[in-house]
Ligand binder design. Sequence first.
Ligand SMILES: Nc1ncnc2c1ncn2[C@@H]1O[C@H](COP(=O)(O)OP(=O)(O)OP(=O)(O)O)[C@@H](O)[C@H]1O
Ligand SMILES: [Mg+2]
Length: 580
Amino acid sequence: MDPRVKEVYGRLWRYVIPHKLIGLIAVVAMAATAVIEAAMVWLVEPLMDETLVAHDLETARWMPFAFIAIFIGRGITGFATEASLGRIGRSVISALRREVFNKFLTLPLRFIERHATGPMLSRMTYNVEMVAESVTSVVTIMVRDLLTVFAAMGIMIYQSVRLFIFVMILLPIIAALIQVLGKAFRRYSGRIQDSVGEVSQVTEEVLTGNRVVKIFGGYNYESERLAEVDERNFRQNLKLIRSRAFGVAVTQVVFGVGVAGVIYAAGAESVNGNLSPGSFMSFFGAMMLMMQPLRRITNVNATLQRGIAAGDSLFRIIDEEDEVDSGTYRSEDVRGKVEFRNVSFSYGDEDSPVLHDVSFTVEAGKSIAIVGHSGGGKSTLVGLLPRFYDVQSGEILLDGTPVQDYELANLRSNISLVSQDVILFNDTIANNLAYGQLRQCTRAELLQAADAAHVMDFVKDLPDGFETVVGDRGILLSGGQRQRVAIGRALLKNAPVLILDEATSSLDTKSERRIQEALSTLMQDRTTLVIAHRLSTVESADQIIVLDQGRIVESGTHRELLDADGVYAGLYRMQFSGEQ
Ligand SMILES: Nc1ncnc2c1ncn2[C@@H]1O[C@H](COP(=O)(O)OP(=O)(O)OP(=O)(O)O)[C@@H](O)[C@H]1O
Ligand SMILES: [Mg+2]
């Protein structure tokens, strides 16, 4: 076995081990099933020889009761097996799903942003199911099927050693077939998972981007895109089904030939007087009983391989490095001095740098505005402070301590953010405002923040008020309403450092001005980093830096920059020429 397969297999077992007790019930139930099934075959001999051939009345009387007992027992053990294995399977699914989900929460943004959502989603659904199916199948084979095979063999040996030896010659051939086919399955199953991910990716995009699809007439393009990935999925599944069915067919043919041989050999034995009709029927019954489990072993091997492929892709995520959180410094009293020292940054190792040698200082409680052309690196710059990404060179300090030295949670608890793309969850307005650690806020605090961010203005007209559910990503609110909720959330956090990345870009001038007023009161005692394309909102900042292609090309106050008559003055004149 290849070492990775072995490792995945071993790790999968670790999810089953906590369910030892139920596992024990399952094992006992499966063992009982095997014994009961063997007993039934065993009874064929007295049924034939004593009841039907020798007309023994005594046996004829108890025989029906024995069969009733057998079927009742089979029902009970069957139920116990299904219920306990089902429970183990579902528990494995839950455990894995939660583990992967929690991993998504702690993975670095770098990982999340570089992987498409669809395949990630399919891991949470398809792959975990696959793993559980595989685990329960393995348990079934290891216990019930193997025991059934052994019990059947026992009966066969008891009835006729010579016939048994004959049958045993067939087994290695079947085993070889199992081996060959198992390899083919593993190859297809990995690809199937990929194509399932692609299907969910395309579907998700069509659902979330439905307006774009409609207005730009994306019907044909999207349906072709789906047809393409679906076709791939279809073909791969078909290959898997075919190879599986082929495996079954080949095995059956081999068995068929074997059965013919057994019948021939049995005829010879019978003629020699070594085999009674009952013994033969019992032997034959035992052999048939063994056939199903053996066939299942071939089939389940495919499922097992599939489970391993699925488990492998899950463990790869679980094994990904978490965000680096090695800092130990904590501060409950951050004042908010922010310092960038010669910071250079690029998103990927091969990507060209987004920031070059950026240095500036914002004293605690002061504000800085960052302006510049689109794509200049403004959002990137402010994202480095809460360590969404780590810098490659230079240093970022909060209150004189490098941000890497802070405990990540402590660092982030001191920073509030209104991001450029507003993220709302499909929940009520109240829960979107009081999100995460803000959950504990009082109603009064919530109302105050909602008021300052002018969320109140529209909430009061909604029939459900704060309990209105905002839809996926807040789609049921207007752009400006969403933005106000995001501002309210940031205000509620009441952190010493506030980052506003185009926080008021979706608002009309009047609302913007009103929120600006609310913000400026708040900005008085906290450090604020403001990004805005509308320069009217940055005029009052204590300091303005102009970022151009990742470099600071100018800095100073609004007045100083206008007097210097450089890039900022140019931008400013351009914006206001139309309005004067
Ligand atoms: N998550 C990311 N991964 C890789 N590259 C990124 C990522 N985010 C931004 N970039 C790249 O970094 C550069 C700077 O982007 P950034 O978002 O910081 O610009 P910006 O100044 O905020 O622009 P805008 O005014 O349009 O918001 C761009 O060239 C962009 O392609
Ligand atoms: Mg930006």
